[in-house]
Write a protein that binds this ligand. Structure first.
Ligand SMILES: [Mg+2]
Length: 168
């Protein structure tokens, strides 16, 4: 199902090396807005340490953001010390494809982490990557994103129902 992630977490810090190893994930593509940076341009506590820790376990990283605000993406990329692509127009494939090439791993060994179903999850599924959905850091969103949230919540609920059924 193109709308479903493979995993759903409260935030990126819940993504552990054990989980990545178990699923053969060797690299992570990170979204920016509401995934590692909040609406007020703050990076939540512990997020950079989480990234550093996984880097020390040889997990490769790259940022792919839809924003056209270069200054913002540059700032985040510098703080996390990561390569980046911006204005990616997810769910289109070209931004992800550039990142896949840079990471030099097979798409199925790359997790794409983001807070939006229609951009991050759909784009990752289209590229045959491993989509991980996280809750948006803050409730505040830009207007267009706000419009999509109720439908997203519906999809997340049906995904969780399906997963719970599988577990039983
Ligand atoms: Mg986002």
């Amino acid at each position: 199902m193109i709308l479903y992630p493979k995993a759903y977490y409260k935030n990126v810090k819940e993504i552990t090396i054990e989980f990545l190893n178990k699923n053969n994930i060797k690299a992570i593509i990170l979204d920016v807005d509401n995934t590692i940076l909040d609406f007020d341009k703050n990076i939540p506590e512990g997020f950079i340490d989480w990234c550093e820790n996984l880097k020390n376990h040889n997990i490769k990283f790259c940022i792919v953001s839809n924003t056209n605000k270069l200054k913002k993406v540059k700032y985040v990329a510098k703080e996390f010390d990561l390569p980046y692509f911006y204005f990616a127009k997810k769910p289109l494939k070209f931004g992800f494809k550039k990142a896949i090439k840079l990471l030099n791993e097979k798409p199925e060994n790359i997790a794409a982490v983001g807070d939006q179903v229609f951009t991050d999850v759909v784009g990752a599924n289209r590229c045959k990557m491993f989509p991980i959905l996280v809750k948006p850091i803050k409730k505040k969103d830009i207007f267009i994103t706000k419009l999509k949230r109720p439908l997203e919540n519906h999809i997340i609920k049906s995904f969780l129902r399906k997963r719970n059924k599988e577990v039983k």
